[in-house]
Design a binder for this molecule. Sequence first.
Ligand SMILES: C[S@@+](CC[C@H](N)C(=O)[O-])C[C@H]1O[C@@H](n2cnc3c(N)ncnc32)[C@H](O)[C@@H]1O
Length: 222
Amino acid sequence: MTPGLDRESRRYLAHSYPHNHDYRVVGSRLVPSWKLWRREGRLRALYPRSPRSLVDLASCKGWFVLQAARAGCPRAVGLDVHRPDLDASRAAAAHLRIDADFREQRLDELAAEVEAGAAPFEVALLVNAYQYFYFGSDRDERAVLDHRLLFQRMRTVCDGRLIFSNRVDLERLPDNVRERAARQGSGGDYDARTIRAAAEEFFEVEERAPLGRIPLWVLHAR
Ligand SMILES: C[S@@+](CC[C@H](N)C(=O)[O-])C[C@H]1O[C@@H](n2cnc3c(N)ncnc32)[C@H](O)[C@@H]1O
């Protein structure tokens, strides 16, 4: 018998920020919200269904990691800084008996592990979270403020392809992120040209049609 999934985890997975990552667990099925289903169709077409390894660098409620593990990926890992997301992801994995690893960890910590000998990942995802890595946020105040360093770390952890989707112009970021940038005096380098140049140092950049209005790049490790 599979372990039960408590009501609170079910509610959290189905109705919490961000709503384009909401899904329901129905019996042994994972049922995406319409918004997640629409995004997933675009994103999952960009990498193998069951890669040898996959890491989602901001895994949120765990959907992309769970799907990869379910499809047979033997090393499916999700990183996040938000404990409720991690708890709910782990609860869903346990309920469905999916072998996926959800870690409270940051990109720099994973990069240090790889530098110390852990294997890099064939596929990495970074979707709608780059601005938080760059500027920090209420969930994790630590700002990096260095595009080159972020893409270098992503290249360290990924030796195959990185699926990157994010707003890359300061004026298109949410108000709270722009306000943080203004307080830091740090927004000057947050623009598409600068971010792309940093990415190109470590990856070959393949630009795809935007995801909604958000840029979508497939980055091939150099
Ligand atoms: C807008 S959600 C996007 C989630 C997921 N990648 C998706 O596309 O559905 C941003 C995610 O980044 C995570 N995250 C990682 N580092 C963060 C940071 N420094 N500040 C805020 N959120 C961070 C959040 O916890 C959250 O799960």
